[in-house]
Each structure stands twice: as C-alpha cells, then as structure tokens.
Design a protein around this ligand. Structure first.
Ligand code: PEP
Ligand code: MN
Length: 448
C-alpha cells in the first residue's frame, strides 16, 4: 500500500483534532467496542463501492441524477420491517417519477443503515431549567432527557453495526427479491398517498410504465433492470471509533475502504481541512461527499477537493451544497464557477433541507416545503446559467405520514405539527411531500 493510502491509527486521528466527538467516561469500554467492531464482517463489499463511484462519475459528467434520501437520524427503535419498507418505497416511487418524467438514469442512495450519529450546534440541552448533554444520535447516547440516558455509551456503536446489518439485509431482500420489480409500480402507491392529488398523478405515470412494460414484454425484451434495483447505503462519517473500526483493507486491491456503507459524507461542522474527518476520508476509497454551507469559500472547496480527491477521479467526490433558499442564488454561482475553473471534477448535489430549518411558534423545529423547493429551483437555475450539471438532491424524508415540515399539497400548517411529529432530530418531508418534490424536480430536470 502506498504511503498516501495508509490509514492513521485512531489515536493519531484524535490528536489531529476531531470536532463533534462524544466524551466517553470509560476508555476501556471504548477499546472493547472498537475491538468487537474490528472483528465483524463488512456491511458492504468494496466492489459495490467502486460500482457506486462509477455511477457517480456519470452524475459528474451530467449523464445521471442522484437521489439521496432518508431520515435525519435513524433510531434503533426504527429498525422495523414497516419502517424500512416505507422508506424504501418512497425512494422507489420518487426514483420512478424522476426516471420516467425526466428520462435520466437515477442513482439511488439511501441515507440509511448507519445514519445514527448527529453533530449538534450545542453540547448541552436545557429543558425547564435542567441542563444535560445534548442527544448525539442513538450511536452515542439516549434520547430520553435523563442524566443516565445522556451519558455516551460505546456499546451503542456495536448496536449501530447490528441495526445497520438488519436494515441493509432487508433492503437487499426487497430490492432484489421482487418488491422493487417495476411491475410493482402500482403496489407501491398505497394507503394515504393513493387518495392524495400527487398519488393520482403518480398513478398516471405508473399506468404509462405498465403499458411500456407490456410492450417490451410483447417484443420479447425483459431485462434484469425491470426486476431489481440497485440501492446503495450512506451516512455521515462522524464518530471516529466506528468509521475507523469499519475501515478495512480490500483483499482485491489492497486499498482501504470504510465498509460500514457504500458512501460516506463529511458534515458541515466537521469539514476542517486539517481535521480528523477529512484526514480519515482522504484515505478510504469509497465515493465520498462533503456538505458545503453558506460560509464555504471557493478556496475552501478547492482545497478540500485537493486533499480528498488528489487524482481528480470523477465519481470519487460529491459536493452537497446547503445554502438556504434565500442565499443559494447569491452564493452558489461564485462557488461553482471557481471550483470548475480550477478543473475540479465533482458531482454537485443540492441538500435543500439544512439551510432552511426554523422554529415554529409551538417550539417544533420545522421546514417549509416552499423553501425546500425554492432552494432546489435556485440550484437548478444557477447550474443552468453556468452550463454545469445539477447532479442530484439530498433529502431528509420518511415513508410515513408524519407532520414535521409545513406546506406541500396537503398544506400542513404550524398547528398541524403536533399531530405526528416523530423525528428525534431534523424535520423530514412525509411521503406525500416527497413525491410532490419528485414531480417538481422532474420538471426542473426536463428543462435542465
Ligand atoms: C445532516 O445531514 O443531518 C446534517 C447535520 O447536515 P449538515 O452537516 O449539512 O448540517
Ligand atoms: Mn439533519
């Protein structure tokens, strides 16, 4: 292995400075958990990561579109068949709408099977005069607001592994075992969505697909792609112990891969050029992403690309911009223009969620559907004006009928938020809102 791909040990990474890490009370317990994780089999195969890099290279070239979505924070309690199926189903529906309506290949990337650790803007949370350590995701501590529950417990990292393994197992079963068969397009459109306006619109697309499938069958074409989909997994690489323990040397290439997921990204709060997260992800061979918020300068982005993708391999690096609906049109043009002028090869993806969070008068953290759409529209318009490719969207969503974001065709209002607010972190689009977004993005894509 070349010097360049040698992964530093954990102590060296920590010494480099790592933001947003838990403070574990018992180092012996951390070592034990890390040792267990190192002994477990990989969750993904390095060859699958390479396949995703190839697909993201097509996104980089403007030949495909990335749909990345899932919960802000997965929870251990959320690892149920219903929950996983619903999430998968909404992603499949969105992908069908995007592919059919825009005639562009869609790369499907779940924000699941590992999305258990959260960066926080404050280390503490205060409720009714009581201050406790902030909840950092099920990977770190408990959501319950008690002193015991908020103590970081490294055994949770082992639980992340097992929860991710069960999630991925079911996703693989669904995507290859018949559930994702295109002849199921109607079957995905069930329950509360079917009665909505967007559900009817989807039904019309499904009818057209049905007719196309019947035609293909009649002429004797029945490719494998009709019966299965490829769905990859992704999460934010945040807790160094977990990501380091899951980094292994691939036997085919002798190169390091983080086999906890196909795709890993670095969050807005941990993208320091000389920090531990950038260092670790610079060493692994998976396709990776970096979130870029409104304070990102073009020089920052160019330096990150230089460190994370020194060979400028297309598909290796994705920049996920999350500027906010009010800022995207001002901030994105300069950034994209300079990064492209520097010859950086990168897939540009829009996260229209994280720059658009606000607190409703009732105290719920929310986002407005219109702001989400406005940021995606700004993203498309900027790229169109520059002649660059708007490569995809990164969405926090759920397959359930939750009430966490306001607006959309059902016109959820602030007073509706209490009805079914289930997120333990950021507000997600529900299934109807997600499908509406897919139709709107498909229209933008048609014109891109
Ligand atoms: C997230 O994706 O949940 C997140 C925290 O995003 P960001 O790093 O962009 O704030
Ligand atoms: Mn989030």
């Amino acid at each position: 292995m070349s010097e360049r791909s040698a992964v530093p040990d954990l102590a060296a990474l920590h010494a480099q400075g790592a933001a947003q890490q838990p403070t574990y009370p018992d180092q012996g317990a951390v070592d034990h958990a890390v040792e267990r994780l190192r002994s477990f089999p990989p969750l993904v195969f390095a060859g699958e990561c390479d396949e995703l890099t190839e697909k993201l290279a097509a996104v980089t070239r403007g030949e495909a579109f990335l749909l990345q979505g899932g919960d802000c924070a997965e929870t251990f309690d959320g690892v149920t068949a219903d929950n996983i199926r619903n999430k998968l189903r909404v992603l499949l529906q969105m992908a069908v709408v995007l592919t059919y309506a825009a005639s562009v290949p869609v790369v499907k990337l779940g924000r699941f099977a590992g999305q258990y650790a959260k960066p926080r803007s404050s280390d503490f949370e205060t409720r009714d005069g009581i201050t406790l350590p902030a909840y950092r995701g099920d990977a770190v501590n408990g959501y319950d607001f008690t002193p015991e529950s908020r103590i970081p417990d490294p055994q949770r990292l082992v639980d992340v592994y097992h929860s991710s393994a069960s999630t991925l197992n079911l996703v693989r079963a669904f995507t290859t075992g018949g559930y994702a068969d295109l002849r199921q397009v109607h079957a995905w459109n069930t329950d509360f969505v079917m009665g909505s306006a967007v559900g009817s619109r989807y039904e019309a697309v499904a009818n057209e697909i049905d007719r196309a499938l019947t035609f293909m069958k009649a002429i004797g074409a029945d490719p494998d792609e009709f019966h299965r989909v490829q769905m990859h997994s992704s999460h934010e690489a945040l807790v160094l112990e977990y990501e380091h323990a899951m980094t292994r040397i691939d036997s085919r290439t002798e190169l390091p891969y983080d086999v906890s997921a196909h795709f890993l990204w670095i969050g807005e709060r941990t993208r320091q050029l000389d920090g531990a997260h950038v260092e670790l992800l610079s060493k692994i061979r998976n396709p990776i992403g970096v979130k870029l918020g409104p304070t990102t300068s073009a020089d920052d982005a160019i330096a990150l690309a230089g460190k994370l993708n020194p060979d400028n391999i297309p598909g290796r690096l994705t920049f996920v911009t999350r500027m906010g609906a009010g800022k995207i049109r001002d901030l994105l043009p300069g950034l994209v223009e300079k990064v492209e002028a520097a010859g950086v090869r990168v897939a540009w993806v829009s996260d229209p969620m994280h720059g658009n969070t606000w607190e409703a008068s009732s105290g719920y953290k929310t986002r407005s559907f219109d702001d989400v759409i406005a940021e995606v529209q700004g993203f498309f318009d900027v790229h169109r004006a520059l002649g660059t490719w708007p490569g995809g969207v990164h969405i926090e969503l759920t397959g359930d009928d939750v009430t966490e974001c306001v607006g959309g065709g059902e016109e959820l209002s602030e007073s509706d938020l209490a009805g079914r607010y289930e997120s333990v972190c950021d507000p997600r689009l529900n299934r109807v809102q997600s499908l509406e977004l897919a139709f709107l993005v498909a229209e933008m894509l048609r014109k891109a």
